[in-house]
Design a protein around this ligand. Structure first.
Ligand code: CAA
Length: 246
C-alpha cells in the first residue's frame, strides 16, 4: 500500500491534463502538493479539487522555462515546508510542424519549456535533495523521444529529458535520491486532442490496449516511483502506453 503522508511534492504543469491527474493521485495518497503552472485559474481549480477530496495542496505560479522563477519555486517551497521529497517535472508544450516547415520560434519554445525547464527545477532541487540525503525526481519524457512525425522539437527535448534523468540518477543514487523518467504513450488530454483526427486514429491503432491512455494510468506509475517501495529503482525510463512502444 503506497502511503505518501507527510511528503512534500511539486508537480509542474498541474493546472490540467496529465499534471492534474498526477497531482490528484499524490494528494490522494497523503502528500502535500504544490501545484505549479502558468495558468492561475487552472492551478487554483486543481487545488480546489484536491481540497474537496480532503487533500492538501497549494498553487504556485511559475514559468519553469525561466531559471529565476524555477529557482524561486524550489527554494520557497523548501523554506515554507522545510523539505522537498518529490519533484515531478511534467510541464510541457508542443508546437508540432513538419521539420522542413518548423521555425526557430517553435524550436526554442519547446526546448525552453520541455528541456531547459526540467534542468531549471532539477538543478536547485538536486542540491537540496543531496543535503537531505533523500528525494524522488520523476521526469515526464514521452514515447515521442524515439521520433514522431511533426515533433522534431518535442522529440529532441524529450530525448534530452532521458539524458538528464540518467545522468542525475548516477550522480544522486548514492545520496538516496532516485531519478526516473516516464514515457507516456498516447494519453487522452487537451494536447493529444489537438492532433488531426486521422492522426488520432493512426495513434490509437498502434496501441495493443486499443485505447488512448488516461492521466490516472500515468499517475499510478508515478505514485509508485515516489513511494518507499521504489527505493531501488533508479535511472529507469518506463513506458506507460498500453504497449504502444514495445
Ligand atoms: N505518423 C505517420 N504519418 C503522419 C503522422 C504520424 N504520426 N502525422 C502526420 N503524418 C503524415 C500525414 O498523414 C501526411 O501524409 P501525406 O502527405 O501522405 O498525406 C504528412 O505526414 C503531412 O501531414 P499533414 O498533411 O497533416 O501536414 P501539415 O503540415 O498540415 O501538418 C503536422 C503536419 C502539424 C505534423 C500534423 O500532421 C500534426 O499535427 N500531426 C500530429 C503530430 C503529433 O503526433 N503530435 C502529438 C501531439 S500529443 C503529444 O505531443 C503528447 C505526447 O507526448 C505524444
Amino acid at each position: 500500500m503506497i502511503n505518501l503522508t507527510g511528503k512534500v511534492a511539486i508537480v509542474t504543469g498541474a493546472a490540467r491534463g496529465l499534471g492534474q491527474g498526477i497531482a490528484n493521485k499524490l494528494a490522494s495518497l497523503g502528500a502535500h502538493v504544490v501545484i505549479t503552472d502558468m495558468n492561475n485559474d487552472g492551478a487554483e481549480s486543481t487545488v480546489a479539487g484536491i481540497m474537496e477530496q480532503g487533500g492538501s495542496a497549494e498553487s504556485y505560479i511559475c514559468n519553469v522555462a525561466n531559471k529565476e522563477e524555477a529557482n524561486t519555486l524550489i527554494n520557497q517551497t523548501v523554506e515554507k515546508h522545510g523539505k522537498l521529497d518529490i519533484l515531478v517535472n511534467n510541464a510541457g508544450i508542443n508546437r508540432d510542424s513538419m521539420l522542413h516547415k518548423m521555425d526557430h520560434e517553435q524550436w526554442d519554445a519547446v526546448i525552453g519549456v520541455n528541456l531547459t525547464g526540467v534542468f531549471n527545477t532539477m538543478q536547485p532541487a538536486s542540491g537540496i535533495m543531496r543535503e537531505q540525503a533523500a528525494g524522488r525526481i520523476i521526469n515526464i519524457s514521452s514515447a515521442s523521444w524515439l521520433g514522431n512525425v511533426g515533433q522534431a522539437n518535442y522529440a529532441a527535448a524529450k530525448a534530452g529529458v532521458v539524458g538528464i534523468t540518467k545522468t542525475a540518477a548516477r550522480e544522486l543514487g548514492k545520496k538516496n535520491v532516485t531519478v526516473n523518467a516516464i514515457c507516456p504513450g498516447f494519453i487522452d488530454t487537451d494536447m493529444t486532442r489537438g492532433v488531426p483526427e486521422k492522426v488520432w486514429d493512426l495513434m490509437v491503432s498502434k496501441i495493443p490496449a486499443g485505447r488512448a491512455g488516461k492521466p490516472e494510468d500515468v499517475a499510478n506509475c508515478i505514485a509508485f516511483l515516489a513511494s518507499e517501495q521504489a527505493s531501488y529503482i533508479n535511472g529507469e525510463v518506463i513506458n506507460v502506453g498500453g504497449g504502444m512502444v514495445l
